[in-house]
Design a protein around this ligand. Structure first.
Ligand SMILES: *[C@@H]1O[C@H](CO)[C@@H](O)[C@H](O)[C@H]1NC(C)=O
Ligand SMILES: *[C@@H]1O[C@H](CO)[C@@H](O)[C@H](O)[C@H]1NC(C)=O
Ligand SMILES: *[C@@H]1O[C@H](CO)[C@@H](O)[C@H](O)[C@H]1NC(C)=O
Ligand SMILES: *[C@@H]1O[C@H](CO)[C@@H](O)[C@H](O)[C@H]1NC(C)=O
Ligand SMILES: *[C@@H]1O[C@H](CO)[C@@H](O)[C@H](O)[C@H]1NC(C)=O
Ligand SMILES: *[C@@H]1O[C@H](CO)[C@@H](O)[C@H](O)[C@H]1NC(C)=O
Ligand SMILES: *[C@@H]1O[C@H](CO)[C@@H](O)[C@H](O)[C@H]1NC(C)=O
Ligand SMILES: *[C@@H]1O[C@H](CO)[C@@H](O)[C@H](O)[C@H]1NC(C)=O
Length: 406
């Protein structure tokens, strides 16, 4: 079998944002210009550490976001909302945001700027509904390598922020580019990890995933460390992190944050690449240690090991799924089987060769399939309910055929 399908995880360059390409064509994206000059006395301002802001994913003490699809959620009164972004915000980073249960919208934000995301003309904004439903605002960073720094949140002059309590349950996906949504349309928020967490609807979720990263602690595709090291840290392996923290990223304070109830691990595709020289034995032993580490941080969590599909090869006149560390992942599962908290998620049969794009990562459709199967697995296995009630999960996937009989 040829090795044509090895996953190559090239790190995103830290430059100005690029154009979104869809099947090689420029995708027609029209993002609103949300930038405003500044806020004046007609606004009420809150600092980034105000307790009404619920940060999602990993943020540091300077309110800088890390990893894949980090964000925030808050409630507010009044007819406008703006956010100021600090100097550690990536240039032109694409963020997605939504008001209440409306569709996700997009905007490029930048360092040292203020952006108004809600005004009275925002779709779905209707003051008469204020007493019936909370006005919520959510924002997420779409790209794993870029980030934002929150410098302040502003609402109308006599308005206020309202804290929105976290959901009681939390799920976490620990992974590499496959979980970070690299090469998916909106990257992190088009990934299966997003589809799973946001798709369940009534859970908190963290995506501690970064392209190119190995499980084993060594340099893989320019990532100085593997997840067995980096997952314990607040920041990821990006050059942003190196710029701010050098080689000493702060430890993540697990005790200060909501515990994950389910942890999905999708790691090894980069370790399996001959470029990175990880032996099967080293991978196996590290994986066994890593499961113990995750269990130590979240003693009550169910841990799901994702079997690695590792792309597809043309075999004779058809196609066949690859696979990476097939025996090793089964052995990790076997090692912990008697303890009951480790589970094996068999991916065989979920994806087909055309669910993988030219850059070796799932297409948007591939991501949706993975997310849907994982949701159902979690529902059947652990009794979690599907808590999404209608609002959009996968942005810009509304395409259809409205012509019959052709
Ligand atoms: C905004 O981000 C998108 C996605 O990265 C990019 O295609 C677009 O060029 C950016 N626009 C601006 C004005 O930076
Ligand atoms: C966006 O709007 C702001 C304020 O109105 C303006 O200063 C800025 O030039 C605009 N940016 C773009 C890319 O049009
Ligand atoms: C504040 O709002 C009032 C009423 O909406 C408006 O007339 C005034 O120009 C605003 N002031 C500033 C400084 O924007
Ligand atoms: C927020 O930060 C300010 C300034 O550092 C500090 O005085 C204040 O106590 C903090 N508030 C909270 C809620 O932590
Ligand atoms: C943002 O402001 C800080 C502090 O004023 C400054 O050092 C930095 O160069 C600014 N960054 C950008 C991109 O303008
Ligand atoms: C893998 O091993 C080869 C041969 O020993 C070496 O040339 C290469 O630099 C190694 N790659 C990494 C990522 O360590
Ligand atoms: C990758 O995984 C395959 C399938 O389990 C295994 O046969 C192979 O030894 C692994 N190769 C590397 C380089 O890790
Ligand atoms: C995964 O599913 C495939 C297809 O049903 C099956 O052949 C394989 O044995 C399964 N692997 C494990 C470890 O159960």
């Amino acid at each position: 079998m040829g090795l044509s399908t090895l996953v190559k995880c090239i790190l995103a360059p830290v430059l100005a944002s690029a154009t979104i390409l869809q099947n090689g064509q420029v995708r027609d994206t029209v993002f609103a210009n949300t930038s405003i000059a500044s806020v004046n006395s007609n606004w009420t301002s809150y600092p980034p550490n105000t307790t009404e802001i619920s940060y999602k994913g990993r943020w540091d003490t300077q309110h800088i976001s890390w990893w894949s699809a980090p964000g925030l959620k808050l409630g507010f009164t009044g007819d406008k909302l703006a956010i100021s972004f600090g100097q550690h915000t990536s240039q032109g980073v694409l963020v997605t945001y939504r008001f209440a249960g409306q569709d996700w919208m997009f905007s490029n934000v930048t360092a040292n700027s203020t952006h108004q995301f809600v005004d009275a003309s925002t779709l779905g904004f209707d003051l008469t509904l204020q007493t019936q439903r909370p006005q919520t605002f959510e924002l997420r960073v779409t790209n794993y390598a870029y980030g934002v720094q929150i410098a302040g949140v502003h609402v109308a002059e006599h308005a206020r922020l309202v804290q929105i309590p976290n959901f009681g349950a939390k799920i976490e996906v620990i992974g590499d580019s496959l979980s970070a949504g690299q090469y998916a349309t909106y990257e992190g928020i088009s990934s299966y990890a997003w589809g799973l967490g946001a798709g369940l609807g009534n859970v908190e979720f963290d995506i501690t995933a970064y392209p190119g990263i190995c499980l084993v602690d060594q340099n893989c595709w320019g990532n100085a460390h593997g997840q067995v090291y980096q997952w314990l840290r607040t920041s990821d392996t990006s050059s942003r992190s190196v710029d701010i923290y050098g080689d000493s990223p702060p430890l993540w304070d697990f005790a200060a944050h909501q515990q994950s109830d389910i942890v999905v691990i999708n790691l090894g595709t980069n370790d399996n690449n001959t470029h990175n020289n990880v032996t099967n034995e080293k991978y196996l032993n590290t994986y066994i240690d890593f499961v113990a580490e995750v269990h130590g941080k979240y003693p009550h969590a169910q841990i799901i090991l994702i079997a690695l599909w590792n792309g597809f090869d043309q075999v004779g006149n058809t196609y066949q799924q690859g696979g990476a560390f097939v025996d090793e992942i089964k052995q990790v599962y076997a090692h912990y089987k008697h303890e009951g908290f480790v589970h094996y998620f068999n991916t065989t049969g979920i994806l087909q060769h055309n669910d993988i794009g030219p850059q070796y990562h799932p297409t948007d459709v591939g991501h949706v399939k993975l997310a849907s199967h994982l949701m159902q697995y979690i529902k059947l296995k652990f009794g979690w309910v599907f808590g999404a009630t209608g609002p959009e999960v996968q942005a810009d996937t509304l395409y259809w055929n409205d012509e019959a009989n052709y």
